[in-house]
Ligand binder design. Structure first.
Ligand SMILES: NC(=O)C1=CN([C@@H]2O[C@H](COP(=O)(O)OP(=O)(O)OC[C@H]3O[C@@H](n4cnc5c(N)ncnc54)[C@H](O)[C@@H]3O)[C@@H](O)[C@H]2O)C=CC1
Ligand SMILES: CC(=O)C(=O)O
Ligand SMILES: [Mg+2]
Length: 576
């Protein structure tokens, strides 16, 4: 077997102990060394910590209990976000141990929906700098900025990069977008097992067109309007080049760029950088995975063939079109031609059903799905479009809340024994409908998944569990796979493989419960299985660049190896 990539990979954070000369105060201020009350009496002596800590020695489990109680005491979700951030910046192991042990409670606080509000108020809740800031004014010296990133033991393996121009469905939040890079990377650690030190959150500040932010004296970003397309692309050429030179194995995830630039950047870099776009490809992937299971349930209820689907997208931005493109694979894998698959998909934007003869100039990314079979008629309202298309599935990626009205949902119920309803816009306040409304309007018949979490519901004496159709199920695994096998690029086929692996990951109990996505309690297990399949695909394509290491393993061996590579928060070692 060739040498383990670890043996020749200086990008893997070292686990060696700190020099014994590290001053006690520095240990207590170092988020990677802090153990709080867990230091044993011997360690306290050895590290000169005696007297600097309370007398009690406590386990991580007890510390989790205390931290959770403190979080629960906060009155608002934003308060809980701030408290959790403070914990992450103080004791990184305790933070991740808490998130992993209580994911269902804490994920909505560090991710959607709360991360949206945190990005909106980023400059107001700011306490200490995190992540890397590259501004349009750094043009020409991006390399120097990147060289300032402190990497005390190992280089970053995953970067999440945003320009803050479209944060969730909340629009242009300028510099506050950094919160989404930080939030996504927290999930890389909690769900994907990437070492926290190997994560690199980046905001590219090219200005903001959000006047409220520009007028806010506390705003932390550049006080200027957004730079032009040409300026941004020129800056991004330099950023991508500099990042890849500094860190040759870095995987770069584009996040929450306004649609035109999201597509533009993906086209520009997909084949020459180790990158992917989470909103286009990650979302496409997670919805394909869930849709496969939803269609199975729908087909069981209706007795109709699996591919007998008519999918209506409400919203045709980077997420809508990204998912539509990925869902083509649902049909082609069942033997339909690409053209037949395309015809199963209808897209609606703010002007109504997207047709070739609608009379407006369609953005490039919408053209492929523009219908030609509308016989000159145009359909504007969602009600009218539903009447015309007679969809089996309704997928919302519009950022417009409550647009799946009870009337629209009732129509879906009339048309289908088990309609697929996916209001995927984030955060929860922008969801096209909530779970309760969907259940009532469809008399409990819908197969449901939303972008942000909704509580479980009891309806007519039956218990229902909503799915969360969110890219969090796949991006950590895709990035993990790329990092572990040192992928040279991330292909569409690798993304599709992640989707199929996610669909396959439901266990029998979850199938029985009618779920389309596995329980988030199993997210690490899911990430390991998905990452294993993606690595296999990358090897098949020749994209893995680890000298044949992962390619030489049998699937089960590879799976075990992936699991073993995932970072686990523990105090066993002195340094995380
Ligand atoms: N669940 C998940 O994992 C993900 C969810 N999203 C969510 O998807 C949403 C959309 O994201 P993007 O596509 O990047 O945004 P976008 O702004 O590019 O696209 C929004 C689309 O909705 C359409 N739209 C706006 N108002 C409308 C109306 N009144 N009626 C019909 N269509 C309307 C727009 O024309 C546009 O096509 C966001 O809320 C985002 O948070 C995005 C990525 C992942
Ligand atoms: C989940 C996500 O990536 C978004 O809403 O943009
Ligand atoms: Mg996003």
């Amino acid at each position: 077997m060739p040498p383990s990539p670890r043996e020749c990979d200086r990008s893997t954070p070292s686990s060696s102990a700190p020099p014994t000369t590290t001053p006690a105060t520095a240990i207590l201020r170092d988020l990677f060394q802090h153990q709080d009350t867990a230091f044993s009496p011997e360690k306290r002596d050895e590290l000169h910590l005696r007297g600097l800590l309370p007398p009690a020695q406590q386990s991580m489990e007890l510390q989790i209990e205390r931290a959770l109680a403190q979080i629960r005491e906060k009155k608002t979700d934003l308060g809980r976000y701030v408290a959790l951030t403070a914990l992450r910046q103080t004791n990184v192991r305790l933070f991740y141990a808490l998130v992993m042990a209580h994911g269902e409670e804490t994920l909505p606080m560090i991710y959607t929906p709360t991360v949206g509000e945190a990005c909106q108020k980023f400059s107001r809740i700011f306490r200490q700098p995190e992540g890397l800031t590259i501004t349009i004014e750094d043009k020409g010296s991006v390399k120097d900025v990147i060289s300032n990133w402190p990497v005390p033991a190992g280089a970053p393996r995953i970067a999440v990069i945003t320009d803050g121009s479209r944060i969730l469905g909340l629009g242009d939040l300028g510099y506050g977008g950094l919160g989404i890079s930080i939030g996504k990377l927290s999930l890389y650690v909690a769900a994907g097992g990437i070492h926290p030190r190997a994560t690199l959150p980046i905001v590219v500040d090219v200005g903001t067109n959000n006047q409220e932010l520009l007028d806010d004296p506390l705003y932390l970003g550049l006080r200027r309007k957004r730079a032009s397309d040409d300026e941004v692309y020129a800056l991004m050429d330099e950023v991508m080049e500099a990042l890849q030179t500094a860190y040759p194995n870095l995987i770069i995830q584009f996040e929450d760029w306004a649609s035109e630039r999201a597509f533009g950047l993906l086209e520009r870099f997909q084949n020459k950088a180790r990158c992917f776009n989470d909103d286009i490809q990650g979302t496409g992937c997670v919805i394909l995975g869930g849709f496969v299971n939803a269609a199975r349930l729908g087909s069981q209820a209706s007795g109709r063939p699996l591919h007998d689907q008519r999918i209506l997208f409400f919203g045709a931005g980077s997420a809508g079109v990204g998912v539509a493109k990925q869902l083509m694979a649902f049909f082609t894998r069942q033997g339909l031609t690409v053209e037949e698959a395309r015809r199963k998909i209808w897209l609606v934007d703010s002007k109504g059903l997207i047709t070739k003869d609608r009379g407006d100039k369609l953005a490039d990314h919408k053209v492929y799905f523009a219908r030609e079979d509308n016989e000159g008629k145009q359909y504007k309202s969602l009600d009218d479009v539903v009447d015309y298309v007679k969809p089996t599935a309704l997928i919302g990626l519009s950022t417009v809340p409550k647009t799946f009205t009870p009337e629209v949902l009732q129509k879906m119920h009339k048309l289908n024994k088990a309609p697929i309803i996916m209001p995927l816009s984030n955060p929860s306040s922008l969801s096209e409908c909530d779970f309760h409304t969907a259940l009532e309007a469809t008399e409990g018949s819908c197969i449901f998944a939303s972008g942000s979490p909704f509580p479980e519901e009891d309806y007519n004496g039956k218990h229902y569990i909503p799915g969360q159709g969110n890219n969090l199920y796949v991006f950590p695994a895709i990035g993990l796979a790329g990092a572990l096998c040192k992928a040279g690029n991330i292909s569409d086929a690798a993304i599709t493989e992640a989707a199929v692996a996610l669909a396959d990951s439901l266990n029998d109990a979850e199938k029985k419960e009618g779920r389309v996505y596995p329980s988030l309690k199993r997210i690490r297990e899911i990430s390991a299985s998905v990452a294993t399949r993606v690595i296999q695909q990358m090897n098949k394509e020749g994209a893995a660049r680890d000298g044949g290491y992962t390619g030489s393993m049998e699937p089960e061996e590879l799976h075990e190896w992936v699991k073993g590579e995932m970072w686990v928060p523990s105090y066993e070692k002195l340094v995380a």
